[in-house]
Write a protein that binds this ligand. Structure first.
Ligand SMILES: [Zn+2]
Length: 183
């Protein structure tokens, strides 16, 4: 009976997250999700992001349509893997981005779910245009991924390049070298 009341008191949600909606709404994991967390199939960041998004989805209809595939914490920031349409929606609304960012204590990076390395790099540099992504061999036989960014680096460049390099290495073991088109 108590179970039914909890359901009735909250609007049903269509948002999809890596944990059950019921868990996300109530901030407690069911035994199934709990065991996924223990086995490492879910991370604490997945759980925390799911709870935050469900909370927002109650007030913001656009967020209710999202699919959060997963969330990774890296170097104090959060990488949110979302559906393509969701990323497009957020990129079109500064307000929505601000609301979403406001929920996290580190910067959020929006990445398309199932993105390959190239797509991930493009996503973390958005809205900066990437001219090329190439594999290069550094002295000592180390393979690196060179990214050539359009234009030149100005003090107003909006992306923290060092953070991007650190996150790409942490999440994908990509050794990024970032170069600007013009010096
Ligand atoms: Zn669950």
């Amino acid at each position: 009976m108590v179970y039914l009341l909890v359901f009735a008191s909250k609007k049903s949600i269509s948002l999809r997250t890596p944990i059950c909606n019921f868990d996300a709404m109530n901030g407690i994991l069911c035994p199934q999700c709990e065991s996924k967390l223990d086995q490492g199939k879910l991370t604490k960041a997945d759980v925390a992001a799911s709870i935050k998004l469900v909370k927002l989805s109650q007030k913001i209809p656009q967020i209710d349509k999202f699919t959060l595939n997963s969330c990774r914490q890296s170097h104090g920031d959060y990488v949110l893997y979302l559906g393509s349409q969701d990323i497009m929606t957020i990129r079109q609304s500064r307000e929505l981005y601000r609301i979403l960012q406001g929920e996290f204590d580190g910067k959020i990076w929006l990445v398309h779910q199932d993105s390959d390395d190239k797509k991930l790099i493009e996503d973390v540099f958005f809205p900066i245009k990437i001219l090329g992504i190439n594999q290069v061999w550094a002295p000592g036989g180390m393979q690196k991924t060179k990214v050539i960014v359009s234009g030149r680096k100005t003090p107003r460049f909006p992306i923290d390049v060092d953070k991007v390099v650190a996150i790409a290495h942490d999440l994908r073991k990509i050794d990024l070298v970032v170069e600007f088109e013009r010096k």
